[in-house]
Design a binder for this molecule. Structure first.
Ligand code: SAH
Length: 193
């Protein structure tokens, strides 16, 4: 599909991708709210993705596509600059040091996102896991991404909460009192080909 997504959707609308979409609530709520954006959800487990497919069956939205895949290969599925935004929500923490490369906000993954994102476009990351968030901030800074937004308590920030669409995990963890961390980072422009 690399380079063919606009043809697939039949329009030139921006393409936003959520990696690790889980059951797809965030993706579906976004797609309903913003029909002029195309949403692609990526999930590695078919048992989880199935819940997203069921949602889409009940509410067919023409601006949603789902892919079952391991995100490591994301640069094979999208052409250079084909993607306008990436969302990471409550990504697996992989707490062991030797698994740092598997974390979705790691520098290894940021390099893949940089390939498929248009210059100047954003990655938005939410999590209640402070260790993972601290790691993510360091990785983004080390890789030269700008960070116009960084909060350690999203739900206490009125401005950032404007239009915030909750994920399944966000609902669950904020309801038991966990603060939600969020950053927005901008793809570096100085490494363009
Ligand atoms: N984003 C949802 C789910 C969070 S749980 C929410 O916020 O509610 C993290 C999800 O990401 C799980 O469903 C897991 O299977 C998926 N995931 C984790 N690592 C992945 C990877 N490397 N590639 C694809 N999906 C992944």
């Amino acid at each position: 599909m690399a380079g063919k997504w606009r043809e697939h959707f039949g329009n030139d609308h921006p393409i936003y991708v959520e990696i690790g979409m889980g059951k797809g609530r965030f993706l579906m709520d976004n797609a309903r709210t913003y029909p002029e954006i195309n949403y692609i959800g990526i999930e590695k487990y078919s048992s989880v993705l199935l819940r997203g497919i069921q949602k889409l069956d009940e509410e067919p939205l023409g601006n949603v596509s789902l892919i079952r895949m391991e995100a490591e290969y994301i640069a094979e599925v999208f052409a250079t600059g084909e993607v306008d935004r990436i969302y990471l929500n409550f990504s697996d923490p992989w707490p062991k040091d030797r698994h740092a490369k598997r974390r979705l906000p790691s520098r290894e993954f940021l390099a893949r996102y940089e390939q498929i994102l248009k210059p100047g476009s954003m990655v938005e990351f939410k999590t209640d896991n402070r260790e993972l968030f601290d790691f993510a901030v360091e990785e983004a800074e080390a890789a030269g991404w700008e960070m116009p937004v960084r909060t350690y308590d999203l739900h206490a920030d009125e401005a950032l909460m404007q239009g915030n669409i909750m994920t399944e995990y966000e609902e669950r963890f904020s309801s038991i009192g966990n603060p939600i961390c969020k950053y927005i980072i901008i793809r570096p422009g100085h490494r363009d080909r």
